[in-house]
Design a protein around this ligand. Structure first.
Ligand SMILES: *Cc1c(COP(=O)(O)O)cnc(C)c1O
Length: 364
């Protein structure tokens, strides 16, 4: 048995998402780029590479990882490039997308040899959280003034518009895209490509993939552009679990089980967005599953189990691929989960283990 804690990535489950992506791209003509900020666990890339067009990034390191570990088409985006980064970024990128006109102008000479794009902020989004809302008040994420953009349009060949967030509602997507077409369509007509970003939950159950494909195709034809999508979560949803072991059981008026992991360190987004973890379990024996850091609120959630839990029992926490491994940290010095890949033939392979040396090296 592999020592817990570990993230267990199921390649067969990734492949199921890849087949949906491929179907969408074939039917629409769109190209799909993996958004590395959501998932950068490159030991799983071999099962994704044949089905996606490449990667997109939010920093120099993501960009380089995409170029070196995924290959294919590599888009470079960053909220702000530094003077010390730009030449290296351009050397890896097929397209570079600037967040502002200011950055586009600042790095005009350095980026002259590759295709350039600009991030467009449409002023609308589907995010319910201010923290993750690119269209929040005074947002720094992209340009929104069509007149200002038009003045520099000869310097770019495309736009990136990222405004969806786990949007599983096709009709909402359709309405918002229509609104964006009305306000920015005259700009789209002047470029060769438009990336509609990530956040469309089209690999979710029951999503009308064919309708989305038709909508994207119509968009591409209307403006004469190559459409890109940048699925992060949709690429890896429901593919990975966090495997943990019960270390202690308490009863403080409520049954608690402490496991060899930490929400704060290993699934931080649950705390940030105040969501309980998900677990495929049910039954009459209720426990609150808690992390082993000393943070009082380090709690995965309350779950029912078919039998009483015992020290040494293994528990599997669902949906541990997106925005988890990219945010894992050394809080409390809790052992970082290993990364395990379940290959297509069912064998489980430890791709990476972390130890004290990694912890120590993160400080000096
Ligand atoms: C976060 C992000 C994505 C991926 O979003 P998902 O919700 O994970 O699909 C894609 N593009 C950009 C620009 C992003 O910031």
């Amino acid at each position: 048995m592999i020592q817990t804690p570990y993230y267990l990535i199921d390649k067969a489950a990734i492949l199921r998402n890849m087949h949906v992506i491929e179907r969408l791209c074939d039917a629409s003509g769109a190209k799909a780029l993996l958004a590395l900020k959501c998932f950068a666990t490159w030991p799983a890339f071999d099962v994704m590479r044949p089905h996606m067009a490449g990667t997109t990034s939010s920093s120099l390191y993501e960009l380089r990882l995409g170029r070196e570990k995924f290959g294919k088409e590599t888009h470079a985006y960053s909220v702000a490039w530094g003077d010390d980064e730009i030449d290296e970024a351009v050397s890896y990128a097929d397209k570079i997308i600037f967040n502002t006109i200011g950055q586009l102008q600042r790095f005009e000479t350095q980026s002259a040899g590759i295709q350039r794009g600009l991030r467009l902020n449409p002023g609308i989004s589907t995010s319910g959280f201010d923290l993750a809302d690119p269209a929040r008040k005074f947002s720094r994420l992209g340009e929104w003034d069509a007149a200002k953009i038009e003045a520099v349009i000869d310097r770019i060949s495309g736009f990136m518009v990222h405004y969806n967030c786990e949007n599983g509602d096709f009709d909402l997507f359709d309405r918002q895209l229509a609104d964006i077409e009305t306000r920015f369509g005259h700009l789209f007509e002047k470029v060769q490509w438009v990336s509609l970003g990530g956040g469309i939950h089209f690999t979710g159950p029951g999503y009308p993939v064919d309708k989305l494909a038709a909508r994207l195709k119509a968009f591409a034809e209307r403006f004469g552009v190559q459409v890109y999508l940048e699925p992060g979560e949709a690429s890896i949803t429901k593919t990975t679990t966090l495997e943990v072991t019960v270390l202690d059981i308490l009863d403080n008026g409520k049954k608690l089980a402490i496991v060899d992991s930490s929400v704060e360190a290993h699934m931080l987004d649950l705390l940030i967005y105040r969501e309980p973890a998900r677990m495929e379990t049910a039954g009459p024996h209720e426990y609150q599953i808690c992390g082993k850091s000393c943070l009082a609120g380090d709690i995965y959630g309350d779950f029912g189990f078919p039998a009483p839990l015992n020290v040494g029992d293994r528990i599997s926490i669902a949906d541990a691929a997106g925005y988890t491994m990219v945010k894992k940290n050394w809080f409390n010095g809790v052992k970082m989960p290993s990364i395990v890949v379940r290959e297509l033939d069912g064998t489980e392979r430890v791709a990476r283990e972390f130890g004290f040396a990694d912890y120590e090296a993160s400080f000096g």
